[in-house]
Every structure is written in structure tokens, then in C-alpha cells.
Write a protein that binds this ligand. Structure first.
Ligand SMILES: C[S@@+](CC[C@H](N)C(=O)[O-])C[C@H]1O[C@@H](n2cnc3c(N)ncnc32)[C@H](O)[C@@H]1O
Length: 288
């Protein structure tokens, strides 16, 4: 007898409805071969709500008074939040050594720096950036903000908490551990206050193009390992949004397996000594 007998199967029509609904909401494309993954991840929701089939679940997501909260839960079940501190060190080193000096020079008059971790998951990336800023010694006394945003409220709550275990720290050296964290339990650390003071978190769906258009522009955005979950039109929508939110000359950092080939011609490729990064061109085409 199959392990999941007694639970309703998701038929092809239900899969199509739910897949299109998820895609329209957050740009995440559930591939055809992932029907069983979707079915398995959403079964607990049918059980929790006392629903007999996926068509009822689809109607619930569309029409029920509680549908917003349930949509968050469904997205939660379907997204991957894999992340850790100091992820992709080569890029971070290039950012610290070659991009931060440019941003320091450029913003010296205002003494203000804005970084954005778009799709920040549980906050490791945003805190890592604040740690790099601190380590550079360039921005003390400046008005600094590293903003982390994500579609998942659950990971944002963890990010605000700022407490982590071994898996988040797998690429963190003993020295970094001592410098930026406080031990709060045998296997648990907390990000130190001086780092936390530079970091904020907020809910943002990157497919919601209306959202945040009036927010201040940022000097650099890290949107790493997020585009991989989207199809081409959804990636293009995000890139347009990131372009608009960057200052002219601002930097875009993608994950190491991501690039803009066939997606956007708006950004220029910058050859740093240690890595390749993207940049929104300066007005008039001047780039220091
Ligand atoms: C694999 S994690 C990447 C975390 C971090 N940027 C890193 O590279 O370590 C991808 C994150 O993107 C978020 N995400 C997926 N779709 C999103 C959307 N439409 N808007 C905002 N965040 C989204 C997920 O919730 C997840 O936390």
C-alpha cells in the first residue's frame, strides 16, 4: 500500500491552477516535473484546513477571508531558504576590496551608504554585509543601512531575531565568530548589537512592481540565488525593479551561477580584479 494512500492526489487541472496562481503571485515557477513535490508540500495544508482535495484548496487561496495568511503559508511550503554567513567569499572579497572604496569616495560628502539584500532569507547575507562594512573601517560615523527583504514572513522573523546555529556558520571563521557574535548557548550565537544597529528587515515581494517605488535608492544590491527560482519574464521584472532602485553607478551582485545573458542589457559588466559584477551605468556614461 503506498505510503500516502488516503491523501488526495493532485490532478493535472489542479496542478495547473495552483502553479499559475503561485507564479502570478511571486514569480516562482513550479516545473511540470514538480507536481509531486508540490502535492507533498501542500498536503499538510489541506489537512490543517480540513479540505478534501486540491481544487478546494485553490478556491480557498482565491476566495476565503483568510486567503492572505494561507497564501503566505503556501509560499513558505514551496520556497527554499538555503543561506549562510559569508556565502560566496570570492565575491565578498572583491566587494570589500574593490567596490567599497569606490562607494566610500562617491558618498564621502553625504556620508551615507545604503545596501539591499533582496531575497535575504533568514538574514545571514544582510548581516554579513554589515560585518564587511565594519571590517573595512571606512564607514564609522556614517549613516549606514543594510536592508534585507524577503517574501517569507517566517524567515524575516528569524532574521530579526538574529540568532543562529552551526549550519548558518559553516563558512564563518573562528576569528569572525569571536568578533561579530555573542555566544548565547552551547550551539547558538547572536549577532552583536553594533552590527544589528546597521541592519533592518522588511517584507517585500520582488514581483510586486508597485511596492517600494518611493523608497530611497541604494548603492548596491545583493540579489543572490533568488533569480534561479523564476522564469525569464519574472527575472526580467525583478531586474527592472533592481535597476530602478539602484543609484546610477550602483552595483548589482548576483549569485555565482546567475548572469544577465539574454535577460537585461540595462546593466554593464564590470571586470574587478577578483570577480565580475554588474553596475547600473552612470548618467552620461561616465564611470570612475
Ligand atoms: C535561496 S534563498 C537566498 C538567500 C540569500 N540571498 C543567499 O544567497 O544566501 C532565496 C530567497 O528568495 C526568497 N524569494 C523567493 N521568491 C521571492 C519573491 N518573489 N520576492 C522576494 N523574495 C523571494 C525566498 O523566500 C528565499 O528566502
Amino acid at each position: 500500500m503506498p505510503f500516502d494512500s488516503g491523501r488526495p492526489e493532485m490532478n493535472a487541472e489542479e496542478f495547473r491552477l495552483l502553479r499559475d496562481f503561485v507564479y502570478a503571485y511571486c514569480g516562482i515557477l513550479v516545473r511540470d516535473d514538480m507536481k509531486y513535490v508540490m502535492q507533498r508540500r501542500l498536503w499538510p495544508r489541506l489537512e490543517a484546513l480540513g479540505l478534501n482535495d486540491f481544487a478546494s484548496y485553490y478556491r480557498y487561496l482565491r476566495f476565503d477571508a483568510q486567503r492572505r495568511a494561507e497564501l503566505d503559508t503556501a509560499i513558505e511550503a514551496l520556497t527554499t531558504h538555503e543561506t549562510y554567513f559569508f556565502r560566496e567569499p570570492r565575491q565578498l572579497k572583491a566587494f570589500s576590496q574593490e567596490v567599497l572604496p569606490v562607494l566610500e569616495r562617491r558618498n564621502a560628502r553625504l556620508r551615507r551608504l545604503r545596501l539591499w539584500s533582496a531575497g535575504c532569507s533568514s538574514g545571514e547575507e544582510a548581516y554579513t554585509l554589515a560585518m564587511l562594512l565594519k571590517e573595512s573601517g571606512r564607514f564609522e560615523g556614517w549613516d549606514v543601512e543594510v536592508h534585507g527583504s524577503d517574501i517569507s514572513r517566517r524567515v524575516l522573523a528569524a532574521a530579526r531575531q538574529g540568532e543562529y546555529g552551526p549550519s548558518a556558520l559553516r563558512a564563518t571563521s573562528a576569528e569572525q565568530l569571536a568578533r561579530y557574535f555573542t555566544q548565547i548557548g552551547p550551539n547558538r550565537v547572536r549577532v552583536r548589537e553594533d552590527i544589528r544597529a546597521w541592519v533592518t528587515f522588511g517584507h517585500h515581494n520582488l514581483q510586486d512592481t508597485e511596492h517600494g517605488t518611493s523608497s530611497p535608492r541604494v548603492d548596491a544590491v545583493f540579489c543572490r540565488n533568488v533569480l534561479i527560482y523564476f522564469d525569464t519574464p519574472a527575472r526580467q521584472r525583478v531586474l527592472k525593479l533592481l535597476y530602478d532602485r539602484l543609484v546610477p553607478g550602483g552595483y548589482l551582485m548576483l549569485g555565482h551561477s546567475e548572469n544577465l545573458i539574454n535577460l537585461s542589457a540595462d546593466f554593464e559588466l564590470v571586470h574587478l580584479r577578483g570577480d565580475l559584477v554588474y553596475r547600473r551605468p552612470e548618467l552620461g556614461g561616465w564611470n570612475p
